[in-house]
Design a protein around this ligand. Sequence first.
Ligand code: G3H
Length: 540
Amino acid sequence: MTSTDTMLRFPTREQISPQFTLSKKINQTTYLIDGILHEWNGPVQDVISPVRISDNGTLVAECIGSYPFLTEKEALPALDAAVKAYSNGCGVWPTMSVEKRIAHVELFVSRMKEKRSDVVKLLMWEIGKNLPDSEKEFDRTVEYIVDTIEALKSLDRTSSRFEIQQGIAAQIRRAPLGVVLCMGPYNYPLNETYTTLIPALIMGNTVIFKPPKHGVLLHHPLLEAFRDSFPAGVVNTVYGSGSKIIPPIMASGKVNVLAFIGSSKVAGTLKKQHPLPHRLKCVLGLDAKNAGIILEDADIDNTVKECITGSLSFNGQRCTALKILFVHSSIVDEFVNKLCTGVSNLQCGMPWDSGVSITPIPEENKVPYLNEIVRDAQAKGARICNKSGGTYLESLYIPAVLYPVNKDMRVYTEEQFGPVVPIVPFDNIEEPVHYVFESSYGQQVSLFGKNPEVMAALIDKMVNQVSRVNINSQCQRGPDVFPFTGRKDSAEGTLSVSDALKVFSIRTLVAAKLNDTNKALISDITRERRSAFLSTDFLF
Ligand code: G3H
């Protein structure tokens, strides 16, 4: 279906301000392995922007560049380089002092900052993220790296002394785990990749990094910074079809940590490919179907505001998005009306347009999928309540507010990861509670209400089902110093600035019975600074 709705429009080339135009196609021909930017002359993958260009009444899919479509032949050398750089934990990087590793990361972040405008522009063109959110993704990532450095300094300070227990002196530090395979998602291709990659690196691991299918070129401006900031083989990049190049890497048994943000189905497949399940540690951010539970005494205006941003920021393409709203039947009509008014006020346009919230969607099969689940809900009794909801033009999709939704509809359980807002009326609080209990996912929930007794009882039920309970506020990951994780099929491991340092390392100690020989030995090693691990140096 096409729509003549005036909201659904793509620009002509001339209508795009020069400051947001890509001056030329970015045809990436290099990939980083073992400290060398290798030239690639083989097949490439074209990158098609979700932004269409209107050309004499025709909408043209805009090819903004291409990247190397590597094969197993190139993927395995990336693994070999990471294995060599780690060298059973004896490589230059894993044995380097924390202070020196921090200096490398500081060099990287200073080079990274120089590329802000290139990366922000590519975020807009590659995944359709609006300008303020693209800038925020870049700045938040830089801030995350800076905070990671500070968190590591503080961790190192507490490890710079010996503990003495039962006549045994020990120095306890965190040591790296080995080779880490980092794979981020398309919705936060920079931030969610770097929130695993940087802590993995700074703890002394070596890394193979594969960008998501959408959001590849934005990493290109940073490749030289990686090459110049780290010893050879510490950061290696692979590109291409994940289902072709990742299985041989996993099947080698040489990956020690899988850091993956994506679907639980893909994570399950990847884990099974590894022949040594106990050796493989996993740090996973997976599916979620976060519920908003709106009680009869909720402040409707605030709840509507939080539910709109919670459900529809970046077109609902956030793992933390509110993906189903349970509303008490006594207020549901007012809630739906106000929500629809708010959704109708959202501006639809190109990522660089001022004030825009609804932007083109990068996944080519997403709009057909949204149509399917909306039609399914309609066939089972739901209505699209907002004006123009569910109309679309190519990759632009006006959010659909669906009401009343029930358990027979696909949208009740499926994670839509897009601009569809399902609303379920309830009379008995046990209905949404039961939904959360039965859900396959357990990331977050948002509770809206004012009665302390009712809210407290609900909080206590929810905290053992999900990993973050938000009060009168949307679900979200940040601030990044807070732990971010999930139960059930939603996550493995916890990511926050400080937690990430822990998941990419293992507590390791050097211990000695306190006799004269050992005292003299340890004193000599620390005084003469003979060991990077056994050291009492204090990091300022
Ligand atoms: O897609 C999942 C992101 O981690 C969500 O982060 O809640 O800050 O948007 P956010």
